[in-house]
Ligand binder design. Structure first.
Ligand code: FES
Ligand code: FES
Length: 168
């Protein structure tokens, strides 16, 4: 039984009660994924599973046998930082930095949702094939990832610059 994490096959924990977050941090020492609230409210623990964003504190590791998990450590390619990581640097998109890995993983998952044409609560035209990506869309879609300090505008700017075709 194995979970693929950042391209590596890893053993599923023997204890079925272990969360995916604790498995990443405590067993695999992938400390990029952060534990904030540990109850699904802050988004600090967001990772990608087969490209979809989830909060890993509410997920049991054993559920992900055979799946492919990507954490912040697995986002950059051989050529360097992921474009969104670079944008966070350029837009000063972090202050404490604790929420940052979750913000970035969540935004990568958000971009995949946009590509699939998934509407949000603020999408104006539900009949259109392509969602017009405004800053309002980005704020709504990233509302599950909290920044409690002063970096929120920089975070939205970094994500908008990277993904929005029509950010206002
Ligand atoms: Fe998982 Fe806050 S630590 S949502
Ligand atoms: Fe960490 Fe804002 S950058 S909470």
């Amino acid at each position: 039984m194995a979970i693929r994490i950042n391209g590596n096959e890893t053993a599923v924990p023997a204890d079925p009660r272990v969360s995916l977050l604790d498995h990443l941090r405590e067993t695999l020492h992938l400390h990029g994924t952060k534990k904030g609230c540990n109850q699904g409210a802050c988004g600090a623990c967001t990772v990608l599973v087969d490209g979809e964003r989830i909060v890993s504190c509410l997920a049991l590791a054993v559920q992900y046998e055979g799946r492919s998990v990507t954490t912040i450590e697995g986002l950059n390619g051989e050529s360097g930082l992921h474009p969104l990581q670079q944008a966070f640097i350029e837009h000063d998109g972090f202050q404490c930095g604790y929420c940052t890995p979750g913000q970035i993983c969540s935004a990568v998952g958000m971009a995949a949702e946009l590509e699939r044409g998934m509407p949000s609560a603020v999408t104006a035209d539900l009949c259109s094939d392509a969602v017009v990506v405004t800053r309002e869309e980005v704020r709504e879609r990233m509302s599950g990832n909290l920044c409690r300090c002063g970096a929120h505008n920089g975070i939205i700017a970094a994500i908008s610059e990277t993904y929005a075709e029509a950010a206002e």
